[in-house]
Design a protein. Structure first.
Ligand code: AMP
Length: 307
């Protein structure tokens, strides 16, 4: 099993959905990625930063999930990254109400020595210069996966393009793929994005699943239709954690195996949205994941006679 380096925000989130509202709860891209990847028992390290206001029990929880937290810097007199968002009634779109970088504004990531030779790097949502800083510390990684969002496209596009040029896989949502490529068709958007660097493009479509593109091929992973969706926050990161965690576990970075990886990502994301914040991911068992993978299989398997 190969090691996995995870970089991303470890955050406080305040979330509002049609079902309720939370005050500053645990969130952040690296948190969700780490919780998803912990399902595979991979050796993972979280590289991030928090302030002195961040409860130690959250850090202990990540460590208890098997994450190496020596690269999680704590700035005693600083404040933790804060994000607040409000979902529309369809739960597929949201408005960002606040993004306060706080300690993230001057973060110099430090990959723990034991992880600089990790095979898989998961660059979760964060400032592109921090993502670049992590790539620069890695020695011959086999797979670098990038997740990003419109916030960084709007504010730091030049730096983001430098990261995109250096990664193997990019995962973004449909609107961001359109924004980045200037193409409405997702097929054309993926083509344009592949020209920017990545050999594989994953486009997440929320409750409509995810598409994997490579050269002229494409593969579709559905999202499981759920009776109850409480809070989609972190679904994209959970997807990325499932994707990268599965690949780190299997050590097979082929297009064929990435198909399984996006199914795993979609299955884990389907749990994340069932409760507010990280709550559902914290209780998740291996048995529940296997049962859901079976549901994914029966959702799309059919036996058609071609005449
Ligand atoms: P997702 O719903 O998968 O897009 O991820 C939501 C998580 O990303 C929340 O827990 C936030 O703390 C975090 N987040 C929101 N905006 C940003 C940003 N601009 N950069 C990094 N992380 C962010």
């Amino acid at each position: 099993m190969s090691k996995l380096v995870i970089v991303g925000t470890v955050a406080f989130d305040a979330i509002e959905t049609p079902f309720g509202k939370t005050d500053k709860i645990l969130g952040g891209a690296a948190t969700y990625i780490g919780l998803a990847a912990s399902q595979f028992n991979v050796e993972g390290a979280i590289v991030s930063i928090v302030g002195g206001d961040f409860p130690k029990e959250y850090i202990d929880m990540l460590a208890a999930k098997g994450m190496d937290v020596t690269g999680l810097e704590v700035v005693k007199d600083g404040k933790t990254f804060f994000w607040s968002g409000k979902y529309h009634n369809d739960m597929n779109s949201r408005d960002t109400l606040a993004t306060e970088l706080n300690v993230l504004a001057d973060f110099n990531p430090k990959v723990p020595n034991a992880y600089t030779r990790a095979e898989v790097v998961m660059l979760g949502n964060l400032h592109p210069l921090v993502q670049l800083g992590v790539i620069d510390q890695m020695v011959n990684p086999k797979l670098v996966v990038l997740d990003t969002m419109n916030f960084w496209m709007d504010n730091t596009l030049k730096e983001l393009m430098q990261v995109i040029a250096r990664v193997d896989v990019i995962t973004i949502n449909d609107e961001e793929a359109r924004q980045l490529s200037g193409e409405y068709s997702l097929v054309n958007a993926a083509k344009k994005i592949m020209e920017m660097g990545p050999k594989f493009v994953v486009i997440k479509k929320g409750e409509h699943g995810a598409l994997l593109f490579h050269k002229d091929e494409m593969f579709y992973a559905p999202a499981l239709p759920l009776a109850e969706v409480f809070d989609p926050t972190g679904a994209g990161d959970t997807f990325a954690g499932g994707f990268s965690g599965y690949l780190a576990k299997t050590e097979d970075y082929s297009y064929e195996n990435m198909k399984n990886a996006i199914i795993y990502g979609a299955a884990l994301a389907s749990f994340c949205v069932e409760k507010f914040g990280t709550e559902r991911m914290l209780q998740l068992t291996n048995k529940q994941v296997h049962k859901r993978l079976q549901q994914f299989k029966s959702l799309t398997q059919f036996d058609i006679e071609l005449t």
